[in-house]
Design a protein around this ligand. Sequence first.
Ligand SMILES: [Zn+2]
Length: 278
Amino acid sequence: MFLESIIYLFIFLLGLCIGSFLNVVIYRTEEEKSFIKGRSFCPNCKHNLNWKDLFPVFSYLLLGGECRYCKAKISWQYPAVEISTAIIFLLISLQATSYKLQAILNLVFWFYIASVLIVIFVYDLKHYLIPDNVLFPAIVIAFIYKVFVNLSFSNWNLIENWKLGIGNSFSILNLLLAVIIASGFFFLIWFLSSGKWMGFGDVKLAILLGLMLGLPNILTALFLAFFFGAIIGIILMIFQGRNVKSEIPFGPFLVVGFFVVLFWGNSLVTWYIKLIQF
Ligand SMILES: [Zn+2]
């Protein structure tokens, strides 16, 4: 119990730090700079940040949400991404059934995919664009990983065992079908509406989500994405007077649908089946 608490605390802190790095990835993608090189600096006054400014969330709170040097307001995006990443990492690690080498490798893989999706969530929300430089490597890595899991022998097949059963090892055929159905669906919408209802970024994002969830989970994720999208769309129409034509990026809803299915998919399906039986 004590050891588990230490592990979860460590994963939470790791999530905060990775979240801080994801903010850098988002910023440098916006500026079209390499996110490997260079020190962190204030986006407003370009002053290099002190080590004291680099603690996720804590530095933000201590500085009262302002830059130490120029007093410019720091966007709440920074602590929000850090805390969200930490919570998602924690939820992912709660799914792991063991701490054997395979399970740890699996954990690292899912942390990576989650990080990519968090960046896409923020970037699409802010710029109505899904950055290829983040998405494409993830599609390639996810494909290689899934093929590896499928081809490997005996206990490596346990690599994807999760408490809730979502993300269990699917056959490559299942995953490819999920990819074709999900991205084919968005491609049709994109094609038929000449890109008005759905961007091409969603077609590409659906490839990654299909690969990660397989069938039938990807369908639940798509359903949830449209469900959340409709709710937010109606709220925006009522409170901000936006009309139906106003653009709302769809990527963030797909990402939320993905995480809900990943963490609560089985409970959702059980609940739904009970609902329609009565
Ligand atoms: Zn500054």
